[in-house]
Ligand binder design. Structure first.
Ligand code: SF4
Ligand code: SF4
Length: 100
């Protein structure tokens, strides 16, 4: 029997943070040689994951970026590419194989 001081069981499984790095498969990479700093990518990101660097270029916050690629589609000078990445913990890989 539980009383007021009995802690409730938690269903949260710690993976070292709540970062999107733990489940996404791609991340955007900027080629600043082609970037004209128009900010279209920044405005297009649905997650507010793009930040401006001190030089006025743009980059994605790895904790917020989901790897959707919308920024790449919106960049009209073609300076954003998607790079494959996979930093999922082994237990997430296993669960995603069982429950695709
Ligand atoms: S890939 Fe998607 S979430 Fe990541 S910075 Fe680009 S638009 Fe934002
Ligand atoms: S949309 Fe392309 S050219 Fe414009 S700021 Fe973003 S990366 Fe640079």
């Amino acid at each position: 029997m539980q009383n007021a001081q009995t802690p409730k069981p938690s269903l949260t499984i710690p993976v070292g943070g709540s970062s999107n790095e733990y489940w996404r498969f791609e991340r955007p990479v900027w080629n600043t040689d082609k970037c004209i700093r128009c900010g279209a990518c920044y405005l297009a990101c649905p997650d507010g994951a793009i930040v401006q660097t001190s030089e006025g270029y743009y980059d994605a916050d790895p904790r917020l970026c989901k790897g959707c690629g919308i920024c790449k589609q919106q960049c009209w000078t073609g300076c954003i590419s998607l790079e494959t990445c996979d930093q999922r913990p082994p237990w997430v890989v296993l669960v995603q194989k069982i429950i695709p």
